[in-house]
Design a protein around this ligand. Structure first.
Ligand SMILES: NC(=O)c1ccc[n+]([C@@H]2O[C@H](COP(=O)([O-])OP(=O)(O)OC[C@H]3O[C@@H](n4cnc5c(N)ncnc54)[C@H](OP(=O)(O)O)[C@@H]3O)[C@@H](O)[C@H]2O)c1
Length: 339
């Protein structure tokens, strides 16, 4: 790529935004001007990009003049309001929030799964990045689904606090220290203590008894894999881990896939790294996935209660592949192919 692209990061000071900055630099994205945007609380702070200190500016309706690509990670309300403004100013928005994901006009993209969807950015000049738990699961499912179509998925997640953002990372650290010193834990980020605990609630409950996070996994997986026929039920759990979401996935296919075949398919799949050797106690773990871009898969077993089903364990860094890496991968394809 010889052309340079003017890039804005909305939510540049946040848990995802700071990863975006790092990944743009690591991947040597052809950045021309870089505009770092956040709330007025951060106005005047500096963030580093490739050795240069760049001042953070307050997000306004004028922030997108001259911007080619706007990476959004400042929450759904901000994306709802400002993506159309950025698009009208000529930018293409890659949005990490849930604001646009289920809009039929907006492509919902995981580059290893449905990169062809990026072409539909022309509809609204918005491309949606899926939910972090969905991204890592569909990267692992895609090669298996291509071999034998998925009928039904049962997934339980073990999600890190960084999925909630910087305030929850701080809360786990502070609560752990307080409790170890015999002092009470103060709860702000979650309705209950997260240190030394597991919370079977991520986001709000709907009338059907599922949480919004669980229903995101259902709806987004179907949209990305392009099949409303896939049955899916999810239980999303917050665990006291800083970085890296883990998932126990049970999948029933139209035909049988042996463990050996699944290993072959996953070993050859883009974005996947197999960690599957129980004799050596080798399996994916959040501590190993943190800071990495791959989706790690292991503990692959045939479901002995169902002839055409497999169980496996999937782990990825939620801030990287679950958010920032996926967005930068989309930006790269967009820049190389469409802009
Ligand atoms: N964390 C994850 O694993 C993950 C994964 C996928 C998607 N996402 C999505 O990414 C988004 C950000 O998540 P995060 O974890 O990075 O949250 P975070 O750490 O809380 O960061 C939020 C960012 O948004 C900015 N912001 C807040 N209010 C604003 C306003 N009124 N105007 C402009 N900027 C504002 C904040 O700026 P200040 O510093 O100035 O407050 C900060 O930069 C959310 O939509 C989230 O759902 C997160």
């Amino acid at each position: 790529m010889s052309r340079l692209f003017n890039v804005a990061i909305v939510g540049a000071t946040g848990a995802v935004g700071t990863q975006m900055l790092e990944i743009l630099a690591e991947r040597n994205f052809p950045v021309g001007a870089l505009r770092l945007l956040a709330s007025e609380r951060s106005e005047g702070n500096f963030l580093e990009f490739k050795g240069e200190e760049i001042m953070v500016q307050t997000l306004t309706a004028e922030s997108f003049v001259g911007i080619d690509i706007a990476l959004f990670s400042a929450g759904g309300g901000i994306s709802e309001e400002f993506c159309p403004i950025a698009a009208a100013a000529g930018a293409v928005c890659i949005d990490n929030s849930s604001a646009w994901r289920m809009d039929p006009e907006v492509p919902l993209v995981v580059p290893e799964v449905n990169p062809q969807e990026i072409a539909r950015y022309v509809n609204k000049r918005i491309i949606a990045n899926p939910n972090c738990s969905t991204i890592q699961m569909v990267v692992a499912l895609k090669p298996l689904h291509d071999f034998s179509p998925i009928r039904r998925i049962v997934v339980s997640t073990y999600q890190a606090v960084s999925g909630t953002g910087q305030k929850a990372i701080d809360e786990l650290r502070i609560q752990t220290g307080e409790l170890l010193n015999g002092r009470p834990a103060e709860c702000n980020a979650y309705p209950h203590q997260i240190a030394f605990n597991c919370l079977p609630q991520i986001d709000v409950f709907f009338d059907n008894g599922y949480t919004r996070e669980e229903m995101k996994m259902v709806n987004e997986t179907r949209k990305i894999l392009g099949s409303d026929a896939i049955g899916l039920t999810a239980t999303a759990v917050r665990v006291p881990v800083f970085y890296g979401h883990s998932e126990s996935v049970n999948v029933e296919f139209a035909g049988r896939i042996t463990v050996q075949k699944a290993r072959e398919l996953l070993a050859a799949a883009p974005g996947v790294e197999l960690r599957d050797d129980v004799a050596s106690q080798l399996y994916p773990m959040a501590v190993d996935a943190a800071g990495q871009d791959s989706v790690y898969v292991g503990r692959i077993r045939e479901d002995e209660s169902c002839a055409q089903a497999l169980n496996f364990w999937v782990v990825a860094d939620n801030l990287r592949k679950g958010a920032a890496t996926n967005a930068v991968q989309i930006a790269k394809i967009l820049a190389e192919t469409y802009l």
